[in-house]
Design a protein around this ligand. Structure first.
Ligand code: DOR
Ligand code: ZN
Length: 424
């Protein structure tokens, strides 16, 4: 069996409460041993001096556009991007063409992921047939075909009765229902309601579009016992609502997109369509509330919402498609929050590895002996720039393109194999 020995790094594994300079031995596809000064003459050695060794990151929210829009991204380019960002498991959103509303499309997505073999690409099934919001998908068949959750992401579920039924199935199947919470009637535009919409005259998206739907869905989760996962939370009052329902014992979890922790609505003025995303960048006070919620634990995990688009689809703010690529920028953004002492490094790893794995019930997100050898090794201080040379996505739509970033993945290992090595 192939052995890999990671020496001299600082192992950070929140699942075991470990932050220590220890070695890590991998045998085959599993973690074999964590200890001081491991000696194993047969092993391939990775010198991790000055580097952090952590469980591979897990992203509950990526758009790989495959099948259907592979000019923006496909499962190979998306997987390359994921491992370059330190992610060893990703959940692929079902707003593809055709959507992941049938078992054969779900099987296609996971088989493609396995075929390239860089990271696990786990399909999310749609909540409704064709993502039309009217008729529930066949959850049993989709789960059987490998779907790990259900969502109509990009098209919030507007009908209360549909969401109620979905959550009833969730409690029976033990699979989370994820919702992009935004009421359509209150989110017709491209920027957050307030100063910016008044200044520019652009149509807006109200924070209450998000908050009313969060409240509705939490009530439904309370009544049905289903597991609700709120996608890309953006407002301070949304945090308060989730806190309230968590305290009531409701099975609700939520994620935040790193960009919503870094940027506010003002970025639209300098970056225009590159800063357009749904839900939109909000106000400074919302960014601060999200940061506080990260620290406190009201926010469960970070998810990138990696949303590639072609340049011509990002033309003018009002007509541009929403979303930003995010798999390679997530780590530098999160490390900035560590540097600013918003969260600790341990909490960061928890938010990016352990917590998301737990939400969908995976055995990854840990370096416990015997678990899958999914490992990220990163340099928290290394400075770099996301540009033509370093980008693995087919798209370039991020306001951080060409800007200095700090914190870089040096190695990613999936099931004990090196699937990414910096500059190779
Ligand atoms: O900004 C977004 N882009 N938000 C979504 O929910 C969907 C996504 C996309 O598919 O591009
Ligand atoms: Zn999304």
């Amino acid at each position: 069996m192939i052995k890999v020995l990671i020496k001299n790094g600082t192992v950070v594994d929140p699942s075991q409460g470990i932050v220590d300079k220890i070695d890590l031995l991998i045998e085959g596809d599993r973690i074999k041993r964590l200890d001081y000064e491991i000696f194993e003459p047969e092993a391939q050695v990775i010198d991790a001096s000055g580097l952090i060794v952590a469980p591979g990151f897990v992203d509950l929210h990526v758009h790989f556009r495959d099948p259907g829009q592979t000019y923006k991204e496909d499962i190979l380019s998306g997987s390359k991007c994921a491992v370059a960002g330190g992610f060893t498991t990703v959940v692929a959103m079902p707003n593809t063409n055709p959507p992941i509303d049938s078992p054969h499309v779900a099987r296609y997505v996971s088989a493609q992921g396995k075929c390239w073999g860089l990271c696990d690409v786990l399909p999310a099934g749609t909540i409704t047939v064709g993502r039309k919001g009217e008729e529930l998908s066949d959850f049993y068949a989709l789960k059987e075909a490998g779907c790990v959750c259900f969502t109509d992401d990009g098209s919030p579920v507007q009908r209360t009765d549909i969401m109620q039924k979905a959550l009833i199935f969730s409690s029976e199947l033990g699979v989370p229902i994820m919702n992009h919470c935004e009421d359509d009637l209150l989110s017709q535009g491209s920027v957050t309601e307030g100063y910016l919409s008044a200044l520019t005259g652009l149509k807006s998206r109200y924070p209450e579009a998000e908050e009313t739907m969060i409240a509705r869905d939490c009530v439904l989760a309370y009544r049905t016992g289903g597991h609700l996962h709120v996608q890309h939370l953006t407002t301070g009052f949304g945090v308060e609502l989730i806190r309230f329902f968590k305290e009531k014992g409701v099975k609700v979890t939520c994620e935040v997109n790193p960009y919503h922790l870094l940027l506010d609505e003002g970025t639209m003025l300098s970056e225009g369509p590159l800063a357009r995303v749904n839900p939109p960048l909000r106000k400074k006070e919302d960014v601060l509330a999200l940061r506080e919620a990260l620290r406190e634990g009201v926010i469960d995990c970070v998810a990138t919402d990696h949303a590639p688009h072609a340049p011509y689809e990002k033309g003018l703010i009002d007509s541009s498609l929403p979303g930003m690529i995010g798999l390679q920028t997530a780590l530098p953004i999160m490390l900035k929050l560590v540097e600013e002492e918003v969260i600790s490094l341990v909490r960061m790893v928890d938010l990016m590895s352990c917590a998301p794995a737990k939400i969908i019930g995976l055995e990854v997100g840990t370096l416990k002996e015997g678990s899958p050898a999914d490992v990220v090794i990163f340099d928290p201080k290394k400075e770099w720039v996301l540009n033509e040379e370093t980008n693995f996505s087919k798209s370039k739509n991020t306001p951080l393109w060409g800007k200095p970033l700090k914190g870089k993945v040096i190695y990613t290992l999936k099931g004990g194999r090196i699937v990414y090595k910096e500059n190779s």
